[in-house]
Design a binder for this molecule. Structure first.
Ligand SMILES: *Cc1c(COP(=O)(O)O)cnc(C)c1O
Length: 222
């Protein structure tokens, strides 16, 4: 399989559900990203601020760069001038910093709130109480526009468990959309699904899947 054929077959699977493909290009060099770009893929996801900046610098400027990994507050300033969507907003502290740096460059930064849905302790994300508190505070951050939620399911072979975790996040998103406490956010996007579980995520209402290895092949960490 080639990057091109991987992308084309993923698009065909996602199109009937109007789900977007975020091609996760972390650890892969710009020339491989260009192979995906040449077929027409424009949304790419990275999980490190430094890597995001260095790829943005050398690659075509119509690429939509998404930050999908845990973001430290002190790195926010490097990505706000160009980032299209930050999937991984998981604290008030980070939100405050994004708003502050975005104001400096006069851009409204689109963000997703990352919710902890997995049974593992280690995955990042907020609990429901934090989530509701942050949503209540969004009118204070005019340079941040929340567009929806992001979550990562437990790393398990138990597809029922994965499905339950995704479904719970979709229910939460729908509830937050229906019972809005303020007008400073939208709840239209649901970023769920990776290479191993995107088909379940699609069935559970994903609007954006974040797929790395099924596009570019296995990652080699040096
Ligand atoms: C790496 C990564 C992905 C993609 O993982 P694959 O299993 O390679 O598809 C998705 N989401 C996040 C947050 C990641 O860090």
């Amino acid at each position: 399989m080639s990057i091109k054929s991987n992308i084309v077959s993923l698009w065909a699977e996602l199109a009937p559900r109007q789900c977007k493909l975020v091609a996760v290009s972390k650890t892969h060099p710009p020339d491989l990203i260009m192979e995906a770009y040449e077929v027409g893929q424009r949304i790419f996801g990275e999980n490190k601020a430094q890597e995001l900046v260095s790829k943005w610098e050398v690659l075509p400027k119509d690429i939509e760069w998404h930050m999908i990994g845990h973001l430290q507050s002190n790195k926010v300033k490097y990505i706000v001038p160009f980032v299209k969507l930050i999937h991984s907003v998981d604290s008030q502290k980070l939100l405050i910093e994004i708003n502050k740096q975005a104001a400096k460059v006069n851009r409204v930064i689109h963000c997703l709130l990352q919710v902890h849905i997995a049974s593992e302790e280690t995955k990042f994300g907020m609990n429901h109480a934090e989530l509701r508190r942050i949503i209540g505070s969004l009118p204070e951050y005019p340079f941040v526009r929340v567009k929806g939620l992001m979550g990562m399911a437990t790393l398990t072979d138990d597809t029922n468990q994965i499905r339950k975790e995704f479904a719970a996040l979709r229910v939460l998103k729908d509830e937050l959309k229906k019972n809005k406490t303020n007008t400073s956010y939208d709840m239209d996007e649901l970023s769920i699904g990776m290479s191993s579980d995107y088909q379940i995520a699609l069935e559970e209402g994903s609007t954006m899947v974040r797929i790395g290895s099924s596009v570019f092949g296995e990652r080699k960490y040096s």
